[in-house]
Design a protein around this ligand. Structure first.
Ligand code: DX5
Ligand code: ZN
Length: 226
């Protein structure tokens, strides 16, 4: 199983985004947090900004929509040709229909759940989504500490993915850093968002490489146990 490190540009310098992207060109995907000050109490950017990022980014975009009315908005991002569009199940009237529409239009479809949202209802249709995002902090802000209780959901989701032999990626987002990534990976996550851990570093390329190495070690520990 491969691991992926997706730096979140929420922690980047917004005035110099193009050069900031250049410092993380060895990442797997660029994680783009879209917030509407409604679904979450913070505001970032919308379609115009993501369109420009898509044009200049050295790697594919992993768009994380933290917005209400996502059934109306998600396809605008898909139509830009971004690599993946992940939306919150809590913000969709019919998450499966939206996931199918995203897939059918050429982006990978991701479904995210907040720390307080039960995982079980989403295990039933894992074959219809490309990425399950288990939030490890309350969505809205970077720089928070990982909520330990969310790791039980990571473990359970990995068991379900493995049992059904699915290729679904299992992503974690929030509070991931060099000190905990190996342990988080040992619960079965394979795709890691890291904002402050990457952008606070003076040598971001080597920080990304170190995170990837630690994540691979943790995931190998998980596989050895299961
Ligand atoms: C939080 C965002 C995250 C955030 C992670 O709502 O979804 O992607 O940028 O930041 P860190 O890694 O600093 O917790
Ligand atoms: Zn995010």
């Amino acid at each position: 199983m491969e691991v992926r490190i997706n730096p979140s540009i929420l922690a980047a310098d917004f005035v110099n985004l193009e050069s900031e992207l250049g410092t993380i060109a060895n990442s797997d995907f660029i994680h783009v947090d879209v917030m509407d000050n409604h679904f979450v109490p913070n505001l970032t950017f919308g379609t115009q900004m993501v369109q420009r990022l898509q044009e200049v980014s050295p790697v594919g975009l992993d768009v994380h929509l933290m917005i209400s009315n996502v059934d109306n908005w998600a396809m605008d991002y898909v139509q830009m040709g971004v690599h993946s569009v992940t939306f919150h199940a809590e913000a969709s009237a019919d998450y499966l229909t939206l996931a199918r529409r995203i897939r059918d239009s050429g982006s990978r479809a991701g479904v995210a759940i907040k720390p307080g949202t039960a995982l079980e209802p989403y295990l039933e249709h894992l074959d219809e989504i490309d990425q399950l995002l288990i939030m490890t902090v309350e969505p809205g802000f970077g720089g928070q500490s990982l909520i330990e209780t969310t790791l039980k959901k990571v473990k359970r989701a990995r068991e379900a993915i493995a049992a059904a032999e699915l290729p679904t990626w299992l992503q974690v987002d929030g509070g991931i850093n060099a000190s905990n990534i190996q342990r988080v990976a040992s619960f079965g996550a394979d795709t890691f968002v890291a904002g402050s851990a990457v952008f606070s570093s003076h040598d971001r390329a080597s920080t990304i490489a170190d995170l990837r190495r630690s994540a691979a070690t943790g995931l190998a520990e998980h596989q050895a146990k299961s």
